[in-house]
Structures are given as C-alpha cells and as structure tokens.
Ligand binder design. Structure first.
Ligand code: NAD
Ligand code: UDP
Length: 347
C-alpha cells in the first residue's frame, strides 16, 4: 500500500469509527415500565423497530404477555416481570414510566395499591434515573384536571379534583407523582419529562377494562346492549394510540429545556352518545342503548388544548376517530377475548 492509499484508509477508519460512535450514542438502553400494557406495548414496538435496546417491565396486573409476545424473539427486547413499588437495579439511558392501571374499573379494584404504584413507583424510577443519569418521562393524565371548570384544558389549569372520591387514588396518585418529578428535578437535577395523556384508544386495550371504547366495541360485536352512563351528554376527546406514541417519543427526545407538563391528546371532542352511534354504524350492530347510573365524580367535559405540544414538539394527532375506531374494531374482531383475564384477585 503506498502512502496516499494508507492516508485514505486512515480517513476511512476514522469515519467508520465516528459512524459507529454515532450509532452507539443514538441507540439507547430504554426502560418502559408498564410496557406490556396497551400503550406500553405500542411504545415497545416503536422503540424496538427504531433499534433501541428495550427493557419492558411489568407485573401483568392489567395486561398479558400476548401484547408483547411477538417481540420476545427480538435481540434488542427483554421482558422483566416486576412490580414498580419494589426497587430494582437496572442500567438505562431513558425511562418511560407507564406502570399504573389506567381504566377506572382497574384502578378502583385496589385503590391503595394504585396510589402505591403511582407514588412508590415514581420514587423508585426517579431514584434509578438519578443513579443512571437517565432521562425519565412520566405518563401523567388529564385526570389531574379532575372535573374541569376550564374548557378546553390548558397545562396552566390547576384542576378540580375530589381528593376523597373513588377516582382520587388515581387522580391524586398521578398528581403526587408529578410533584415528585418536579422535586427530583429541582433538588437533584434529574432530567424529567411530564406528559398529560387524554383518553387514548386502539388495538390491545383490555376488552374487559370497562373503558368506554373497549366496552362499546365489545358490546356491539357480541350483540349486547350498549351501556350509556348518565345522559351520555358528557364529552371525551379520543386519541389513537399511534399518534400518542409519536407524542411520547417526541417529548422524550425533545428540546432539553422543555420538561412539560404537556398535554397529549386529540382535541376532537365527542359526546358519549356520538361515540355509541359511530360504534354501531362501524360494526353494523343492532345493539340497543341502555342507561346506567353515572359513576361518582365522572368528569362532564374533557378536551385538551394542545397548543404547547404543537409549538414545542411540532406534534398533532393525525388519525380521526372514525378511522382509529375502525382499526380497533378490526383488531377486537380478530382476537379471542376468552383469553383475557380480569384483574388478578390477590393484587
Ligand atoms: P394499561 O392498564 O393497559 O397499562 C398499564 C400497565 O402497567 C399494565 O401492563 C399493568 O400490568 C402495568 N402495571 C400496573 N401496576 C403495575 C405495577 N405496580 N408494577 C408494574 N407494572 C404495573 O393502561 P394504558 O392505557 O396502557 O396506560 C398506560 C399509562 O398511561 C398509565 O400510566 C396511565 O395512567 C397513562 N394514561 C393512559 C391513558 C389512556 O387513555 N390510555 C390516559 C391517561 C394516562
Ligand atoms: N362510559 C359509558 N359507558 C360505558 C363506559 C364508560 O357511558 O360502558 C362513560 C363514562 O361514564 C365516562 C366516559 O364514558 O363519562 C369515559 O369513560 P372511560 O372509563 O373510558 O374513561 P374516563 O372516565 O377515565 O375518561
């Protein structure tokens, strides 16, 4: 090899080393708590597809392995059965903290455990983030606004939550977790991110979780009556899961000084009666609507103001309800719902 070609090969070696270094630094070790759940499993799909080294941690309280079974053979995916209320030692670069029952029927099943999951889970994961210098994102919720007097809800609104009611274990647990995130950030410099997720739906929702989208589709497909709680005039704004996952990823990897909280949700607002008639239309069901009592503290209206997410993350939802609902209906038609368990009795 003459001098000239040796110099060229040295340059090539350096360039290759730089590319390797870039790849190594852009591929992260990512922990997703609650990763086998509805949203967590879609997030794991995306992170694995993007080449990250993903650890999915879950105690399977409201989920089952089938949500992530297709990922088990992937070399960059690991599944750990663990409860976030108990400390665990892992080395990671990013943590998405999603572990928490999310459906009212699930989080009210054992309200004390729900509060422990939010609070002790946050402390354990923030401790890990502090030790590993990892960035950590908290999956908070529109429930921090309670039954809101401000409409649509902006991040500056402080909410109207009943601390004594049956939803408080979840709402106050999530509010306490937000406080912990801010305190670890201010006291210890932990690199935090907080997102407030509004009603999100899609394939892999637990068919018996009691949430309105899963209930209505399951009832319509099995020819049962569709249960309208109260008058059905209460509103929700429904975001499709793929849009939400994109928002989570943008927030985790977004500008360093933007820690949130930021609303993530679809601002298109529907009454529960409108959702029922769209479900009947798309499934072709002959179900009748039946009235049931409105649960205590059920929020009357909910719609996210997503100006901040648009401005800071250039994020907005792209899947309209009609399209997302059709995809969710197709999925629920394709699964054997007898394989889905109710919450673990001794949880
Ligand atoms: P989900 O119930 O499908 O997922 C929650 C996951 O957390 C499940 O896999 C469950 O087994 C796991 N989990 C619960 N307690 C745990 C514990 N102590 N230790 C380890 N794992 C535990 O619900 P989801 O809709 O996917 O919600 C995911 C996250 O997003 C939750 O934190 C929820 O509060 C938040 N969120 C969701 C919505 C929504 O509309 N889907 C709205 C607002 C906030
Ligand atoms: N809801 C309903 N019928 C059902 C399930 C829910 O009318 O079978 C209503 C519920 O009272 C609430 C709305 O739908 O007003 C959304 O309920 P969900 O449990 O999905 O979520 P959240 O109340 O936490 O937004």
């Amino acid at each position: 090899m003459n001098f000239r070609s040796r110099r060229w090969s040295l340059h090539e070696d350096q360039a290759e080393a730089q590319i390797r270094e870039f790849r190594v630094s852009s591929i992260k070790r990512v922990l997703v708590t609650g990763g086998a759940g509805f949203l967590g499993s879609h997030l794991c799909d995306r992170l694995v597809a993007d080449g990250h080294d993903v650890i999915c941690l879950d105690n399977f309280f409201t989920s089952q392995k089938s949500n992530v079974a297709h990922l088990l053979s992937r070399p960059n995916f690991e599944l750990v059965r663990h409860d976030v209320t108990i400390p665990i030692w892992l080395e990671v670069d990013q943590i998405y903290n999603l572990a928490c029952p999310a459906a009212p029927g699930h989080y009210q099943y054992n309200p004390i455990k729900t509060m422990k999951t939010s609070v002790m889970g946050a402390i354990n994961m923030l401790g890990m983030a502090l030790r590993c210098r990892a960035r950590i994102l908290q999956a908070s919720t529109s429930e921090v606004y309670g039954d809101p007097e401000v409409h649509p809800q902006t991040e500056s609104y402080r909410g109207c939550v009943n601390p004594l009611g049956p939803r408080a274990c979840y709402d106050e647990g999530k509010r306490a977790a937000e406080s912990l995130f801010m305190d670890y950030h201010r006291m210890n410099g932990v690199d935090v991110r907080i997102v407030r997720i509004f009603n999100t739906y899609g394939p892999r929702m637990h068919p018996f979780d009691g949430r309105v989208v899963s209930n209505f589709i399951r009832q319509a497909l099995s020819g049962e009556d569709i249960t309208i709680y109260g008058e059905g005039s209460q509103t929700r704004s429904f975001c499709y899961c793929d849009d939400l996952v994109e928002g989570l990823i943008r927030m985790m990897n977004g500008p360093g000084d933007f820690i949130g909280p930021v609303n993530l949700g679809n601002p298109d607002e529907f009454t529960i009666l409108e959702l029922a008639s769209l479900t009947i239309e798309l499934t072709g069901a002959r179900s009748q609507l039946v009235r049931e009592p409105l649960p205590a503290d059920d929020p009357t209206r909910r719609q996210p103001d997503i100006s901040l997410a648009k401005q800071k993350l250039d994020w907005r939802p792209t899947v309209p309800l009609r399209e997302g609902l059709a995809r969710t209906i197709d999925w629920l038609r394709s699964v054997d719902i007898s394989t889905y368990r109710p919450p673990t009795p001794n949880y």
